[in-house]
Design a protein around this ligand. Structure first.
Ligand code: DGL
Length: 259
């Protein structure tokens, strides 16, 4: 039994799309979430800067005795997880674009991936996508400008950018679109207005929650007590925006703190 919290971080509110999946699968676990919104977006920063910020978030979570850390950011995972794993002793769970599930599912042989520049340029992403290229066509698009819109809380303002990014994928005949950034699932209502219903939209949130459960089990870190859980959300930006997102995903018992 281990009642210590799971630590989760992202460059902002995006990782809440992962937090939601973790909480649904593991409601008995306490969590501490860091939204590093002040430094968002990570996607166009250098690998060195992304790694520095990721290490900073990790240390804040470790200072609060987190037993496992979920890097709820594709950009931070693909650029920094190796270094984090080599530096700190707790288990890390990362998130990467769902290239494999999309590649397995496609019937047209064409998939689209929408992600940040930092993710699409990373070695980890290149190595994964290389395994499927050849058999299928992968249309990659950088979602420039989407994260700041989501961070501002005005999701509908993303419509014209999404049209610009997704229409070429649709025209090329993709039947699966991968949301390779944890912020993007919050755009789903707008995305579904743009693309035909025959196209499947995939993200990795649920897979990350399952992996978190498996690793907690493996390390005997699951919380088997029946004490009340505690969910704390830290932000270094506007607490009202964070609150709006938490209410949007129906979080009940939580506290918000400024970093
Ligand atoms: N949510 C992040 C991701 O999954 C990062 C977005 C950003 O800060 O650019 O990639």
């Amino acid at each position: 039994m281990n009642t210590n919290p799971i630590g989760i971080f992202d460059s902002g509110v995006g990782g809440l799309s992962v937090w939601r999946e973790i909480n649904e699968l593991l409601p008995n676990e306490s969590t501490i979430y860091i939204a590093d919104s002040f430094n968002a977006p990570y996607g166009n920063k250098s690998k060195e800067k992304i790694t520095e910020l990721s290490a900073q978030n990790t240390e804040l979570l470790l200072a609060q005795k987190c037993k496992l850390i979920v890097v709820a950011c594709n950009t931070a995972t693909t650029n920094s997880i190796e270094l984090l794993r080599n530096t700190y002793s707790v288990p890390f769970i990362g998130i990467e674009p769902a290239t494999k599930p999309a590649a397995v599912k496609t019937k047209t042989g064409k998939i689209g991936i929408l992600a940040t520049k930092g993710t699409l340029a990373s070695e980890l992403f290149l190595n994964t996508s290389k395994k499927f290229r050849g058999d299928i066509e992968i249309i990659e698009t950088i979602g420039t400008g989407l994260v700041p819109i989501i961070e501002s809380g005005n999701i509908n303002e993303a419509e014209s950018l999404l049209k610009k990014y997704l229409t070429p994928m649709v025209d090329k005949g993709v039947d699966n679109i991968v949301l390779g950034c944890t912020h993007y699932p919050f755009l789903k209502p707008v995305i579904e207005k743009i693309i035909p219903p025959s196209i499947t939209v995939i993200d990795s949130g649920e897979a990350v929650a399952k992996q978190t459960q498996a690793i907690l089990q493996e390390h005997k870190l699951l919380n088997t007590s029946h004490n009340a859980t505690n969910n704390i959300f830290y932000t270094n930006a506007d607490t009202l925006i964070l609150k709006k997102f938490l209410e949007g995903i129906n979080v009940k018992n939580y506290s918000i703190q400024s970093l």
